[in-house]
Design a protein around this ligand. Structure first.
Ligand code: PEP
Length: 257
């Protein structure tokens, strides 16, 4: 059993307006107990338009729920219409920001260089990136999931100092398992999460690698989370669809029950 505190993060994607967000976080706050928060870190990654409302609620009620965004600009300010900067997210006291989610890579042409710049922007402003990596179905069928995913990891962490890399969260999300209902087997998740930790040890050192949290993401639900969490190198889950149901997400946080 590792000393890493599991991180259960809900990725709401483009769902829940700011009023729905308040109702949802209130449900989580009502259900989750101090015991839950002592054992597991809980975070929600919301649309930008929800962040201020969630901040107000979390601050006002001193909730232990962490929150953050689903993307960050590589730039600090300026003529980048439609983007949201690290300083803006930091001002809202975001703890986390997803970087390199497969939907950003697919629909917004984010390559490893962009992801690397966004990882650096997050660290620069005191935000913890949840760095998403993972292979598509073609790569999986060719048996290349480990080298493919490690190449994404290398690209994303290029030039990132150990001091910062020590705090990164890596989310292994096989693209074929996202939103498809097709969850990776625990063994599949472990194979790549273990390889990610191994690569972190090569890039930095073993102590750093042992401290980094590596999540699995892809069709995680209350019914399959325990088996995945039982794997030695899986330290949490990045949860999409199932995070939109507060009761289900609470069950995922209580994966040990
Ligand atoms: C995700 O969006 O990161 C994700 C894992 O989605 P889902 O849980 O719906 O597969």
């Amino acid at each position: 059993e590792s000393t890493r505190t599991p991180l259960m993060a809900g990725n709401w994607k483009m769902n829940l307006n700011h009023l729905e967000a308040i109702a949802h976080v209130q449900k989580l706050a009502f259900a989750l107990t101090d015991k839950d928060f002592a054992e597991v870190e809980v975070a929600v990654l919301t649309p930008f338009t929800d962040l201020r409302s969630v901040q107000t609620l979390v601050d006002g009620d001193r909730l232990k729920i962490k929150y953050g965004a689903q993307d960050i600009s590589a730039h600090d300010s300026g003529a980048y219409t439609g983007e949201t900067s690290g300083p803006m997210l930091a001002k809202l006291k975001c703890a986390y920001v997803a970087v390199g989610h497969s939907e950003r890579r697919q629909y917004h042409a984010e390559d490893d260089a962009v992801v690397n710049a966004k990882v650096k922007a997050a660290f620069k402003h005191g935000l913890t990136p949840i760095l998403c990596v993972g292979e598509g179905l073609d790569v999986r069928k060719a048996g290349q999931q480990v080298p493919y995913t490690l190449a994404q990891l290398d690209g994303a962490l290029k030039g990132v100092a150990a001091e910062q890399a020590a705090t990164v969260v890596v989310a292994y999300e096989p693209v074929w398992a996202i939103g498809t209902g097709e969850v990776a087997t625990p063994e599949d998740a472990q194979e790549v999460c273990g390889a990610i930790r191994g690569r972190l040890a090569e890039l930095y050192d073993q102590a750093l690698a042992d401290g980094v949290r590596i999540q699995y993401g892809g069709s995680v639900k209350a019914g399959n989370v325990a088996a995945i969490m039982a794997q030695p190198d899986v330290d949490g889950a990045l949860v999409g669809g199932a995070a939109l149901d507060a009761e289900e997400f609470v069950k995922i946080v209580r994966f040990r029950d």
